[in-house]
Design a protein around this ligand. Structure first.
Ligand SMILES: CC(C)(COP(=O)(O)OP(=O)(O)OC[C@H]1O[C@@H](n2cnc3c(N)ncnc32)[C@H](O)[C@@H]1OP(=O)(O)O)[C@@H](O)C(=O)NCCC(=O)NCCS
Length: 157
């Protein structure tokens, strides 16, 4: 586990950096091969304004930082649904997502007693979620804009 990474919850003023990281990683890893309409919709949901609104509404954005630089984000809805999960390309494969995920679980269990977690995975991220303990939860689905995702769930024992 990298010793130089620290973790905290996002504040409103983090929205711009969260959006920049999310859009950059999404363009690189999720959008290639996806229809243009899906790209427009997904990137709009990651604007600084959209993220600021979600933080203000109480969605929990767990951040990983090296110094002042944002390198990872895991965002939760209703203490049960993971809807954003990104680590900057340069820092992938160092255990940052795993550490963020541990913090998400601890936070949701403490706040809401959560036992079941859900998400809709991009196809590239399915192997990572399987490593984190998720299982497939129904057939692959396609949004109206054509973005393909895999529903997954994790039940705490
Ligand atoms: C998915 C993502 C957040 C993972 O972040 P990361 O910091 O690289 O992940 P970690 O290093 O913490 O690895 C977590 C686990 O997945 C495994 N893993 C990581 N990359 C993997 C890969 N490409 N294939 C299989 N397993 C992988 C790791 O070995 C680790 O398992 P372990 O603890 O049992 O060894 C990151 O790769 C990413 O941002 N991807 C692009 C965006 C994306 O698809 N996000 C998900 C949207 S649904």
């Amino acid at each position: 586990m990298p010793a130089d990474v620290h973790y905290r919850l996002a504040r409103l003023e983090d929205a711009r950096a969260v959006g920049e990281l999310a859009r950059r990683v999404t363009r690189r890893w999720i959008l290639p091969g996806q229809p243009a309409a899906a790209a427009v919709k997904i990137l709009a949901s990651m604007s600084a304004k959209a993220i600021r609104t979600m933080i203000a509404e109480g969605r929990r954005f767990h951040l990983a930082l090296i110094g002042d630089r944002l390198v990872g984000v895991a965002a939760m809805r209703d203490d049960s649904h993971l809807f954003q999960f990104f680590v900057s390309t340069r820092h992938q494969g160092r255990g940052i997502a795993g550490r963020l995920w541990q913090r998400v679980v601890r936070d949701a269990v403490r706040r809401a007693g959560t036992r079941r977690f859900t998400l809709n995975s991009s196809l590239v991220a399915v192997p990572v979620y399987l490593r984190l303990g998720f299982v497939l939860n129904g057939p692959m689905s396609k949004t109206a804009e054509g973005l393909v995702t895999m529903p997954m769930r994790l039940d705490l024992r």
